[in-house]
Design a protein. Structure first.
Length: 193
């Protein structure tokens, strides 16, 4: 499978990420077959979020394949945080740190390759996010950071406080989700951040 560099991270990822939002709809054997078939096809970039199945998607993912250090090194794991059940957001340092610890435990890994803030929060405190990212980076729990569904202005505001670069903006885009295109916002906006 063709790969691309993820932003300015130096990380080479397949052009297609495997979304794991609905993996909790599979039994363990089906989940294992899905994950292994993806990896056999060169698609080793798996996208998670702490909100997917309220954590069960991450648990099923790691349990179904018997996650271990050797297998982990063959994968690129991305997760997202910040959405709280009830359609609220929480980008506080405390919440980000707790969310990552929960994802690491459920995924049975020591680190995430990429952590994204899951959707924009109008009340975000960029300095508090920066503190959380610094803590996670220094601890080796997260290697790269990004966002999802943010405009160039939102990314610039956040980046003004960060010491780590924003390496990705993952927009919700598909046949039924064309809002980013309809609004005239270009996917390649990382250079502007």
């Amino acid at each position: 499978m063709r790969t691309i560099q993820l932003g300015k991270s130096g990380l080479q990822v397949p052009t297609v990420a495997i979304g794991c939002m609905r993996i909790n709809g599979l039994n363990e054997k089906e989940a294992e077959a899905f994950i292994r078939a993806s990896m056999d096809g060169g698609a080793n970039f798996f996208d998670h979020a702490d909100i997917y199945g309220r954590g069960t998607c991450e648990e099923i993912f790691s349990k179904s394949i018997g996650m271990n250090a050797q297998l982990r090194e063959k994968m690129i794991l991305q997760s997202k945080c910040g959405i709280v059940p009830g359609a609220m957001f929480d980008f506080s340092k405390e919440h980000i740190l707790a969310s990552v610890d929960g994802s690491l435990k459920r995924l049975k890994t020591e680190y995430l390759d990429v952590l994204l803030l899951h959707r924009p929060d109008a009340l975000v405190e960029p300095d508090e996010v920066a503190e959380a990212f610094d803590t996670l980076h220094v601890a080796g729990k997260v290697r790269h950071f990004g966002v999802s569904n943010q405009s160039p202005g939102q990314m610039r505001l956040l980046a003004s406080s960060l010491r780590q670069p924003i390496v990705a903006n993952q927009p919700q885009f598909g046949i039924a989700h064309t809002g980013m295109v309809d609004a005239g916002i270009h996917v390649n906006m990382l250079e502007d951040a």
